[in-house]
Ligand binder design. Sequence first.
Ligand code: 5AD
Ligand code: SF4
Length: 444
Amino acid sequence: MKFHIHTYGCQMNVRDSEAVEALLSAAGHVKASCEEDADLVIVNSCTVRQKAEEKAVGKAGYLCSTGKLTGLMGCAVKRLGADVFKRLPKLDFAVAPRGFGLIPKILAEGRFPRLELGDDLSAEALSSHAAGGFQAFVTVLVGCNNRCSYCIVPDVRGREYSRPAREIVAEVRSLAANGVKEVCLLGQSVLRYGVSNAVWDASDEPSPGGYTEAFPRLLEALSAIPGLGRIRFTSAHPGGCTDELVRAYAEFPKICRHIHLPVQSGSDRILADMGRRYTRAEYLAAVRRLRGFDPEFAVTTDVIVGYPGESEEDFEATRSLMDEAGFDNAFVFKYSPRPGTRSAAKPDDVPQEEKERRNSVLLEDQERRGLERNKALVGTVREVLAEGPSKRNASRLAGRDSGNRIVVWEPPAGSRVPVLGEKVRVRILEAHPQILAGEALADS
Ligand code: 5AD
Ligand code: SF4
């Protein structure tokens, strides 16, 4: 069959779709050039907010009406359970986020409609399936044991399971040998790697730097892999910002100078209600420690506005925290009650217009802040990995620096175009809120 996959949601979904693509190709199916050309279309869904779920389910509904074989995978399937066929009566199959490894079998058996809510945590389903690029996602743990009051992810992605370190190291070594320069380690709460189950065993080589915590030790082992240039990871819970993590960042230059550290709120009262297990002061202390060894260290975040009971004072506390932390970038979300979560039992009492207002205030603040922070980088030279033509202006090239900042530059006339993944040194001439622009240095 010719297949096409539509992906909504976060990087875990992007990675899972890559894996399904590889599994389907291995089973003899062929990737279609576009949706219209496909006989089979799979929608990989998100359910973190109501709107995200509606988009994915809406798309699947449309596809069902085209007569193509249609499947739904991902987080919304687990939330909806058997109700998925009430919402989508013509859907052919649905698989939960940890069960996508079963899709080739479902297709081979051909009994529709079919619902699979179970897990397939086989090494094959978890291992990387990067399609020959210079960047690859690598799953290090799946699931989440945090119980943040607003979040549906633990219900849909299940309990934490960390992959054995040896398996990850071998996988990254083979990716690097095949030309991958940058890996992004993925987990819902990646700093909890190895906390709920053991990942290192006695037969593994001891940590040369004396690291005792599983994740910093993994970073140390990955840093030693020849050919690999950069290591990123996402997403981090502030609780995991330990001394060993900070030491690993400082000791291993391959670890990118960036952390995505969702804060969610700047009000201690709201943080406690959310069950985030840190205070505003502790969060800010973590940011200071990370910037302590490198003032250019980039910190990005997620924030929720309009959480139940969020007063004007709570909101202002979030605003001031964002200033104090000096975020390089921030994603702002309007609170959306998710069925079955603790906060869904509370009244969703911040009116929609007020959520919109708080959302735009924070975004405007962030534009200003992002511009200020980027202006401080004008005149510096950034080391960038070339990713291809800029989306806005195809005559420019684009890539990211170690801080995950987007950098665009004009290739000097008559110069050789860098191959993807090549290191380019760019002198920054212009700052924008979310982009740096500059010129490539002749020696790069
Ligand atoms: N409502 C709004 N935003 C949410 N997020 C998670 N759950 C909700 C919700 N119920 C946001 C958090 C998280 C990001 C991925 O989505 O900020 O970090
Ligand atoms: Fe969406 Fe969360 Fe699932 Fe990612 S893990 S796809 S953000 S619900």
